[in-house]
Design a protein around this ligand. Structure first.
Ligand code: AMP
Length: 213
């Protein structure tokens, strides 16, 4: 698509306020990445996974990748400042577009506040946070299984997975209240058949878009 058409589409989106900026929320292994890949084309959204960007930097051995590696391999969150700067670059690289799916970001209240500030610079905002609810037993089983094929260091042992779940409880869970207060938090059952989960997300988004008119 030519840059002029992209700019025009974006202008129309902003003027009509019909962009869709979505956060896919949930614990590690809840299926955020899988579901983001399945729904992004339907709504014409740019999918930004902070975990994927860090992993790409790790395999390219960039300074950012080397810094992130130490935290990721231990199952800890990468420091906020580093993550927010990286997200800012990713977001600005993809503008103009018709909307974003943020996957794995924000993971702290600091990140959520910075995201709002960054989006407001472009007259944008978060419309919805969709959480995929999955119980811990299922998450651990999914992550250990994924670890067998992905080779991801942080999926290799139950100890590391538990650290990630603790990081979630301590730093990420407060975002439920952050977005609930803004009336932007919805959750769906993230367990069961993959297609059924996608259908639940699509129904939720379609209802939201219909109500918005
Ligand atoms: P994910 O692929 O989303 O499961 O993320 C894998 C790892 O990347 C996390 O355990 C963190 O170490 C790091 N990471 C990804 N996103 C963030 C974020 N928003 N803030 C801090 N660390 C992150």
């Amino acid at each position: 698509m030519s840059i002029l058409i992209k700019l025009y589409n974006w202008y129309i989106c902003v003027i009509k306020n019909n962009m869709l900026n979505l956060i896919l929320f949930g614990k590690p292994g809840s299926g955020k990445g899988t579901q983001a890949s399945l729904i992004k084309n339907k709504y014409n959204l740019v999918h930004i996974s902070t975990g994927d960007v860090f992993r790409k930097n790790m395999s390219n051995k960039t300074d950012l990748g080397m810094l992130a590696k130490g935290y990721m391999e231990k199952g800890e969150l990468v420091p906020d400042e580093v993550t927010v700067n990286m997200l800012k670059e990713e977001l600005e690289d993809h503008l103009p577009c018709e909307g974003f799916i943020f996957d794995g970001f924000p993971r702290t209240t600091y990140q959520a506040e910075k995201l709002d500030v960054l989006l407001s610079k472009y007259s944008l905002n978060i419309h919805l946070t969709v959480a995929l609810d999955v119980d811990n037993g299922t998450l651990i089983e999914r992550l250990l299984n994924r670890g067998k094929s992905s080779g991801r260091a942080d999926d290799q042992s139950e100890d590391k997975i538990n650290i990630r779940l603790q990081e979630y409880d301590k730093k990420t869970k407060p975002l439920i209240e952050f977005y609930t207060k803004q009336n932007k938090y919805k959750s769906i059952n993230g367990m069961g058949d993959l297609d059924d989960i996608t259908t639940r997300i699509v129904n939720l988004l379609d209802n939201y878009l219909n109500d918005r008119g």
